[in-house]
Write a protein that binds this ligand. Structure first.
Ligand code: HEC
Length: 216
């Protein structure tokens, strides 16, 4: 008798759901709990580079997966993410083109959004370690200023007026209209409590990608 009950409990625990009707969230291997992580989870987007994979390779893989999801109108947005923050996600990872290219992941590489390297990112500055962008303790205003500084530095780099700045800045093509979106995107990297994280996943909705997303 006791054994049967124990077995029942064990099976329930293994299947990850309660006897009522709670939809199942598969075992969450990752311990990361930001809206970004919910987005990556529901769309099965690559979480981090594979052994030896470059920043561009993984960004390419991410865009491949997004195109696939968009094409089948299966791209899901967790609660807390909307069309604008999705477009900003793409801007962050985009590494080529003429507009909305952040090339941010060249250095701020997932899953930590850092690369364990140092880079010169300002004119006349010393090389500094790339900080993680998770759980930043900066206001939206401060984040906006950091990004505007990066845009200015990338313009100097391209104009040949600051050769010391890292080459990754040459690829950046942003203007100030892109700043609010990127600030919102950075907010998606803040952890939420475990229970809310589960809800983010359960309440994900499909984004209408039948329109003009392709060239954005
Ligand atoms: C060449 C590598 C590189 C690229 C590309 C890059 N960053 Fe950075 N980022 C850094 C480094 C290095 C710092 C630290 C600078 C310092 O300490 O002065 C930094 C700092 C930051 C900070 C401040 C974090 C803090 O804790 O103060 C933010 C926010 C940030 N980057 C966001 C971005 C975004 C958004 C992009 C894309 C538009 C981007 N970065 C592109 C290397 C890079």
């Amino acid at each position: 008798m006791t054994q049967r009950i124990l077995l029942g409990i064990l099976l329930l625990a293994l299947s990850g759901c309660t006897p009522e009707t709670k939809p199942k969230v598969h075992r969450l291997v990752s311990t990361k709990r930001a809206i970004y992580d919910a987005f990556v989870y529901v769309n099965r987007i690559p979480e981090k580079p594979e052994e030896g994979e470059t920043a561009e390779d993984i960004a390419g893989r991410i865009f491949g997966r997004l195109a696939n999801q968009e094409g089948r109108v299966l791209l899901k947005l967790p609660a807390g993410m909307d069309r604008a923050s999705y477009l900003a996600f793409k801007t962050f990872f985009r590494y080529e083109g003429e507009k909305q290219v952040g090339n941010c992941a060249a250095c701020h590489s997932p899953a930590e959004f850092a690369d364990s390297k140092t880079h010169v990112v300002a004119r006349g500055a010393k090389a500094m370690p790339t900080p993680s962008l998770r759980n930043l303790d900066l206001t939206s205003k401060e984040l906006g200023k950091v990004i505007l500084g990066k845009i200015a530095a990338s313009n100097l780099k391209r104009a040949g007026e600051a050769d010391e700045i890292d080459d990754a800045y040459s690829a950046i093509r942003l203007d100030k209209e892109d700043v609010p979106g990127l600030v919102t995107y950075l907010g998606l990297l803040n952890d939420v409590p475990d229970e809310s994280f589960r809800d983010l996943i359960l309440e994900a909705t499909v984004l209408d990608t039948t329109g003009d997303l392709e060239d954005q």
